[in-house]
Design a protein around this ligand. Structure first.
Ligand code: TXA
Ligand code: MG
Length: 349
């Protein structure tokens, strides 16, 4: 299949390209669209066949449900029932934006979209190109990240093409994503709101609006066995992982440098913030952002992983010395890329 390429500038949106992309989605096609978090692989969420094609194109396990993207908050009621007050509070505060809410699904959502669950994940994205396409399509858009399943998420159109060229109908290039990590996912179907995935919206902000601490799903911090049930099925699959082995290295920059220098060879690389580059003169380094502006670390994370992975790299030692705010999502993605292989360099010589 030929993958059509559209370039759409979010400040001067070309109506014709928006219409063409929307028409492809309406007709059951697969179109990768830019969102503020990562690129999504969009299809009509109400069209079972279109949704099944998403799973095929990505090589995604069928038991991993998709997020349904809507253009306006009010559309929530078309796809969800028993919506609690918290959902309206959070939507009011953070939509459009990098927040996904899991709610009770209406029966009009096909089982392929929800992977057979009675709940559905819904998000109203902020990116103007995404919103214009969803609105013009006139249907809710199911969109997982537009990468091959298990690869780091795409934050640029070229990442999408590297993974999916020839496997999807079109890609809309809207430039690099602003946030760079996926949305935060909150489950509102249980007795207490529960964070299923840390993401672009820091948990602290969610807690301010909810007026209480969020329960955090155990899958966020640990490995989940293949037979265990988790609330966000995607959390149990291998994720964000480059070909190379990733090791998450904790401790001060000095002790991390000592730990890595002992083990590094020409096939090793380090992914770190700009402030730490000077500690690793003995090894190939990719800087993915700066601690001064933590949002740049989120923006650069997946690009950095992809960049190091295209070279002859066997091991990537990854650093993120803080985990407040948005960095909790960065640490979570690095731990997942590492298969939760994390070492404390202060403890291990
Ligand atoms: O920022 C994002 O959320 C991006 C952009 C494209 O919107 N999308 C994204 O989709 O990250 P994906 O498919 O890569 O991740 C969706 C996550 C998976 O972990 C999945 O298991 C979980 O959401 N999920 C979807 N529906 C769910 C449901 N009904 N209950 C619990 N978890 C659900
Ligand atoms: Mg994904």
């Amino acid at each position: 299949m030929d993958t059509k390429y559209f370039k759409i500038d979010q400040n001067h949106m070309d109506r014709d390209s928006i219409e063409q992309a929307a028409e492809m989605i309406r007709r059951g096609g697969l179109v990768a669209i830019p969102t503020e978090t990562v690129y999504g692989l969009g299809a009509n969420a109400l069209d079972e066949n279109a949704v099944l094609r998403i799973f095929q194109a990505k090589g995604r396990p069928r038991d991993n449900p998709l997020i349904v993207h809507i253009a306006k908050t009010e559309e929530l009621e078309n796809y969800c029932v028993d919506i609690p007050k918290e959902a309206y509070d959070l939507a009011g505060a953070f939509w459009p934006g990098p927040l996904t809410m899991v709610l009770k699904a209406r029966p009009n959502i096909p089982a392929a979209t929800t992977a057979g669950l009675d709940t559905v994940a819904v998000r109203c994205p902020e990116n103007p190109v995404a919103r214009a396409i969803i609105e013009a399509a006139g249907v809710p858009v199911a969109a997982p990240s537009a990468n091959l399943s298990g690869k780091p998420s795409p934050t640029r159109a070229e990442h999408v093409l590297n993974d999916l060229n020839g496997r999807i109908d079109a890609v809309v290039d809207g430039g690099p994503c602003d946030v760079g990590v996926e949305s935060s996912i909150v489950d509102l179907t249980g007795p207490e709101p529960r964070l299923l995935r840390p993401g672009g919206l820091p948990a602290e902000k969610l807690e301010e609006v909810l007026g209480k601490k969020l329960a955090v799903d155990p899958a966020v911090y640990g490995e989940v066995g293949p037979d265990e049930t988790v609330r966000a099925p995607g959390m149990k699959h291998k994720h964000y992982a480059p070909q190379a082995q990733v090791v998450f290295v904790q401790g001060s920059a000095q002790s991390a440098a000592r730990y890595i220098q002992k083990r590094a060879n020409e096939k090793a690389a380090v992914l770190c913030p700009a402030e730490e580059q000077k500690f690793f003169p003995f090894v190939r380094v990719a800087v993915y952002g700066s601690m001064d502006r933590p949002e740049t670390l989120a923006q650069g994370l997946f690009s950095g992983l992809r960049e190091l992975d295209t070279r002859d790299t066997a091991v990537i030692y990854a650093r993120c010395p803080d985990s407040a705010g948005i960095l909790s999502a960065v640490v979570n993605r690095l731990l997942k890329a590492a298969g939760f292989n994390s070492v404390d360099s202060e403890m291990e010589a």
